[in-house]
Every structure is written in C-alpha cells, then in structure tokens.
Design a protein. Sequence first.
Length: 461
Amino acid sequence: MRIMPRCDDDQIVSNHAPAEPALQADLAGADRVLRDALAELTSSLSCTIVYPGQDGMWTLGGDDEIPKDPQPLVAVATARRALIASHTAVLPVITTTETVAVITLTRNARQPAYQPIEQVAMVALTREVAPILHHLAVQHLQRTNEIKADKGSLYRGEALEAHRNRGQEGQLVQLTPGWVRRAYPMLVIAILAALGYAIFVKVPTYSTGTAVVVFEGSTSVTATIGGTVEKVFVKENEAVKKGDPLVRLNTPDEVAQLTAAETEWRDQQIQFLFDPTDEQARKQMKSAATQRDQALARVEARTIRALRDGVVTNLHVKEGVAVQPGGYVLQITDENSEIEVLAFLPSKDSPRIREKMGLQLELDGYRKARVIGTITHVQSDAVSGTEAAKLGGDMLAESIAKELQAGTWIAVRARLPSRTFKAEHSTYNYHHGMHAKVEVKIRSKPFLVTLLPALEKYLPE
C-alpha cells in the first residue's frame, strides 16, 4: 500500500478537477457523505473507510473499523482492484498513482446478494470521488501535522493559523455611482410589475368535498339468503335479461334434500300406478310431490336471478366468497342510463354554487384521473352527514357517512360527459359507488388579497 505524500494546496488544485460543493468542506464531511451514499445505494448494513498513513492505517470512524488483520485491505490496495463477494465488498479508492482509501461494505445475510448493477454502481462511485477524497485527505493530514507542530510552539495556535492565511482576506466590493443610478429605476420597475401582478392576477377559490358515482335507473341485486358463492354466471358490463341466472350459492344440503324428495315421489308414484284405486297411495304421492316442490324451491332460492333487463355493473362477488343474507351482489343498469355524481359540499358555500357550473372530479385510487362534470341540481337545504348519506341509498349510505362525520352539507348532482374515464393512458369504466374528491370554483380574487386578507371586505361580491 503506497503512503500518500504531503503536498501543498496549489499542486493539488492544479492536478485535480474542482470537487463537488457537498464534498469540498473537509474530509470529515466527505467521509460521512460517502458512507451514507454507499450504504443507501447498495442497501448495505455497514460501511467503513480506512486511510493509509505514514504511521499506519487510520479512520474517521470508530477504532474498531481498523481490522486486526490488515492483510486483506493491503492486498486490495496493492492490487488496486475491487474484491466483491455475495454479501461483502472491499473497494479501493484510487487515483492514477495513489491508493487513497479502502472501503468495506457489508450486507445483512438475510438480504439477497449484491446484484451486478449494484456492483457496477459502487465501483463507479469510488472512482468518481477518488480525486476529491485524495485532495481532502492530503489537506486533513497537512492540517493535523500543523496542529501537532503548533502545540510545541511559543505562539498561540490561533495566531499561527491567522499568519498562514494572511493575504486571503479578499477585496472590498466596488459600487460605482453609475451602477447605483441604474439600479434604482430597475428596482422601481420591478416593484411596479409585482404590484400590477398582485392586483390584476386572480387566484381562484374552491369549495371542496366528497362524492360518489351513481347510475340513474340502476337496480341493486342482493342475496335473499346467505351462503358461499359456488358459481358466477355473468361478467362486468355483460347484458342480461330478466330471469337470467347471475350467481349460484353453494347448495349441498338442499340438493341432497331434493334428491331424497324426488326419490320418494317416484316411489309413491309407482305405488299409485300399481293400484290407482288406492286412496292412501294417492295421498302419499301427493304429499311426496309437495315435498319435492318445496325442496326444488329451496334449491332455486340459492340461485340469484336478474330482476330486470340491463347491463351488469359493479360486480361485487366472486366464487368462494361468503355472502350474508341481504348482502350486495351486483348492480343492473340500463344500457343507456345516465351516469351522475352525487357530491357533498360544505353548506357555507351554498350561496356561491349554482347549476351549470363545472365540477372537477378526482377519482380515488386512480392517478391523473381528473374529470369535469356539469352541475345539474343544487340542494337548497343543509343537512347533517348522516342525513346526507341516506341520499346515496342503502348500499352507499355507510361509506358516505364515513366521509361526512362532522359539519353540515349540501347535496349537488352533476352529469359526467361519458361512461368511461382515462387514467395514466388507460381507459376505464365507471362503477356505481366509486368515491372521489370534488372541487367547484366558486370565486376568484386578486393575488394581493391573499397577501393582505384585510382587503377582502372592500371587494364586491
């Protein structure tokens, strides 16, 4: 391992490019920044940097960073080549002629091994910072030697430091009268421009709230009995006719009862056909037929059917999912039904919200999905959050109530421009009950008023 020689600052600056501002301060700051950068870049558990010196190895970290057996570090420094294992990496920081330091990275054994891209990144970073680290390390050793020498001097260390830095104080800034004469008009123009901007540029004010997407003319389909979904017969946006099967719940007990009832009915039918005049056989056959019909009805009740013609939307179940009695299954809407937004805005903004105003919609769960609708109706009376939630129907009341826990609200309905929306270059269909954040621009005021709110009372409504 080569020992870095002492050299003066002028020689260092001439041989190396200027260091990055973040690393120019001192070696301690550069050392800390480099450790954090390598640990963050490679997800390493520890990072140590050991420097060579005339008196042996030294470090700015703890004493335990210098290994008891320095031969691996000496070998890497001498070979000037990185040694990278699965969870350990030993990297030399080298210039064209010197080995500045040796860095050791260690990754937690429970994590995956260093990937090739991480290996390339750590080697590239050490090569990039080598000139800067060399420059600062030489300064650090020079400064350390000066401090050590100052301790044995007759003069104070502060005086010696001032003597060494003599002639580096800089020069006074010269302000010519011509420059001053030009500065005042420019300053006045800038102030007038800023004042004009503050007066004439308008800052919009928005009323914000929450909303849900609702399909007009839609019908909610619920389960009359509970059970586990055995089969789903339909898909999202599929057209269905009244009576078509939608979902079948698991029916092992009912099927077994139906099989037993049909077997009993056939047996009683055979007995009756053997002797049609046997009145007792007739009654038993009729009773068996009634039991068969009841068993068949129980099996049929496990199949949820369409209550009307329409299109399946907001399919809420899938095979293997448990459904409670009265639980929501899906929505059936008219193929050409209108899609609306039921929005809830603070009641204090009610006087400024009118029909035909634009309503901006940001759908929950979708990035860059902003839609502009047109307000078609504004509720005149303010209501509490619980009362407002009832406007969304039984299916949406609970989710709306969570958004409107405090305050009073007005309900606003808006019409959406299409049945689909775009988000991150993809097109999606609206679903009944989708939640969103909404904004309505209710007024604009000069930027100056935002800086001085006391002026707002002098503005006309």
